[in-house]
Design a protein around this ligand. Structure first.
Ligand code: ZN
Length: 143
């Protein structure tokens, strides 16, 4: 299973907004993702109540069909699914993270990702694409 899709839950803005039911945070997301407020819901990558993009994600079904854990194990990367990925911040994450994952191997790569998604100022957990820390309000830049 691809951590970008599964273990990625904990850094996914949609998932965080839904599980915290943080209305103010939720209201900022539709413009980022190009969806309506009602679409901002997800119970996690492995649940049946997925964010609407993830329900039809061709990458998710492609890895399942190929029987691989994720794009880092695929010789075809980057393919048209990556090129056509509908969410700009997601595409940026994939293009950055996948080559590093291949190079470092899963264990070291996960450590690096874990570090990346914490605020350099206060250590608070950040989500992908965050522009500002939700805890200390300092500007941050993670993708
Ligand atoms: Zn912070």
């Amino acid at each position: 299973m691809d951590p970008l899709l599964s273990g990625g839950d904990s850094v996914c803005a949609i998932y965080i907004a839904h599980s915290d039911n943080n209305i103010k945070f939720k209201e900022r997301l539709p413009q980022v993702y190009g969806v309506t407020l009602e679409d901002i819901k997800c119970e996690g990558c492995l649940s049946d109540n997925l964010f609407k993009y993830c329900q039809v994600c061709p990458i998710r079904s492609c890895t399942q069909k190929k029987g691989i854990e994720g794009c880092h194990q695929c010789n075809g990367f980057p393919c048209q699914f990556i090129d056509n990925f509908p969410i700009p911040v997601g595409k940026k994450v994939i293009s950055r993270a996948l080559p590093a994952w291949r190079e470092l191997g899963t264990e070291r790569w996960m450590e690096e990702e874990e570090k990346r998604y914490h605020c350099p100022h206060c250590g608070y957990k950040l989500f992908r694409g965050a522009k500002r820390c939700r805890n200390c309000q300092q500007p941050v830049d993670v993708d």
